[in-house]
Design a binder for this molecule. Structure first.
Ligand code: SIN
Length: 518
């Protein structure tokens, strides 16, 4: 298959990129790959919304920039923060023109508040912002003739000079992907390749991310020698519901703390006062560490979130999904405390990109959570992720459109690219073994590379991960490639980078906390 542009991943970043490019360059053939169905992405699970300046009476670009810098412990790149904050409102306006609807208050947008924000600034659709945005973008993208979708296809590897050394152009030529249904490996060549593969929360046992969030873009980029930075900045969301529902961790949006909910320990004490004068609305790294400390101090499995002081009508109006999911566990949040604990939520680092979202490999862009733009630094400010995805997708689309209007690689050239060379060996897939290795990797990461790390814990993680790496390598060499195996390979790559980068980081900043440094 050939595309002018191959987009891997169909969350807010990939879809908004494709929609903008399809409109701007109507002759460009765009192929989009999604690992599951089109709807399933990290975006779908984003509850809070988009942090964006919209009320200029109570807010300003300067304040949003300052809040972002403070949350990141001044490690974000200020010029990036500045242009993202300023370009955000136009991107949200465009999203609304494409069909997204946000809650309103009179003629204005209704704004929520989350940790680290000095004012109400979160544009949202009840507590289902991501799901709603995702549906609107899918409808819009489907209406455009030059976008073709392939659902249930996972990324195997990027196509680079490694696959065709004699060409030696030092660029990306597309990707090999594997279909879930018949496990066939398809070669998709492309002038431009865009990774929008989202997060990698699945390297942990306890995560707010869906099962497909396995860092496939990060793994493939790393193997292609693309620069991947700051993976040691893993953000833990303070409040995931305890226990899991049907094996999945459900997020309790920070917006509910913005509406007045308070964290309490087992004795009912509102403990955040002891940790930060912003209390429950301190930046996420501080709140997660405080909960972790409380749990450790009192040997607790979880703490509580008390939303009982919020009017029932407001809960029903603004947090219907949280209300109904808690009810599944028999908890009426208008009357009872919600058991919560931190869970791996967001990777602040990723594939290093410039201000057009270009990576260091020519022809390869990265957008959304899998990228590292410099916006988040050592700790992402709540609801800045969808904002970043929109702004960088728009910038990447503009840049791609210009690139596509210049002379391109010829079609003869793409014909030289070989099909995937898999092993000739048995197709004994060893699914059970793959599942066990994945679970073991998640346990290692949760035990040793969690909210609080140490030199010793990171060393243990490295040693134990090595065993999993060797076992995965053997499976890879001896068996036919399957989606499960390719996913495990990516998880191993991401976990390895997280550990190695954590070992090198010399100070405690943002979400990175090493007890040896105290
Ligand atoms: C939330 O709703 O608490 C999550 C928002 C985010 O991760 O930015």
């Amino acid at each position: 298959m050939y595309a002018d542009v191959l987009v891997v991943g169909t969350g807010i970043a990939g879809l908004s990129y494709a929609v903008r490019l399809a409109k701007k360059s109507p002759d460009a053939k765009i192929i989009m790959i999604s690992k599951r169905d089109l709807l399933e992405s990290n975006t779908k699970y984003a509850q809070g919304g988009i942090a964006v300046v919209s009320n200029f009476f109570n807010d300003s670009y300067e304040e949003h920039v300052r809040d972002t810098m403070v949350a990141s412990a001044y490690t974000s790149k200020e010029h990036v923060v500045d242009f993202v904050v300023r370009e955000g409102p136009a991107c949200v306006k465009e999203l609304i023109e494409w069909g997204a609807q946000f809650d309103t208050k009179g003629a204005a947008l209704h704004l929520g508040k989350e940790g680290g924000h000095s004012t109400k600034r979160i544009v949202h659709h009840k507590d289902q912002s991501g799901l709603h945005i995702q549906n609107a973008l899918i409808t819009k993208a489907r209406s455009l003739d030059n976008i073709t979708f392939f659902e249930n296809h996972s990324l195997v590897d990027l196509i680079t000079d490694h696959h065709i050394p004699h060409l030696n152009k030092g660029r990306c030529y597309g990707a090999y992907v594997i279909s879930k249904k018949d496990e066939e490996i398809v070669k998709i060549t492309a002038q431009l390749t865009v990774l929008s593969t989202g997060g990698a929360g699945q390297v942990y046992a306890h995560t707010t991310n869906p099962t497909a969030a396995t860092g496939d873009g990060l793994g493939a980029a790393y193997r292609a020698k693309v620069h991947v930075e700051n993976l040691h900045f893993v953000q833990f969301h303070p409040t995931a519901l305890f226990p899991k529902i049907d094996g999945n961790t459900f997020l309790i949006s920070e917006a509910i703390r913005g509406a007045g909910a308070i964290l309490r320990n087992h004795t009912g004490e509102a403990f955040m006062e002891q940790y930060d004068n912003r209390r429950d609305l301190a930046p996420r790294d501080i709140v997660s560490r405080a909960i972790h400390t409380e749990m450790k101090k009192h040997s607790l499995e979880h703490v509580y979130l008390d939303a009982t002081q919020i009017e029932k009508e407001k809960l029903e109006q603004e947090f219907p999904t949280i209300l109904s999911n808690c009810l599944k566990l028999g908890i009426d949040i208008a009357k009872a405390y919600i058991p919560v604990l931190p869970a791996a939520h967001y990777i602040c680092g990723g594939i290093d990109v410039n201000e057009h979202s270009q990576s260091n490999l020519t022809g390869l862009y990265a957008i959304g959570e899998c990228s590292h733009t410099g916006l988040h630094g050592a700790n992402r400010l709540a609801s800045n992720s969808l904002l970043e995805a929109l702004v960088f997708a728009a910038r990447a689309a503009e840049h791609s459109s210009v690139t596509l209007s210049n002379p391109l690689l010829s079609s003869d050239f793409f014909e030289e690219i070989p099909d995937w060379k898999g092993t000739e060996n048995v197709s004994n897939q060893k699914t059970d073994r793959i599942r066990k290795l994945r679970a073991a990797l998640q346990q290692i990461m949760s035990l040793y590379v969690g909210i609080i790390k140490s030199g010793e814990s990171l060393q243990k993680a490295e040693t134990e991960l090595h065993e999993i790496y060797m076992a995965t390598k053997e499976l890879y060499q001896l068996n036919k490639l399957t989606p499960q195996l390719t996913t495990l390979r990516n998880l191993v790559s991401v976990a390895y980078l997280m550990i190695k980068q954590a070992q090198k980081y010399p100070v405690n900043k943002g979400v990175y906390f090493n007890e040896d440094y105290v």
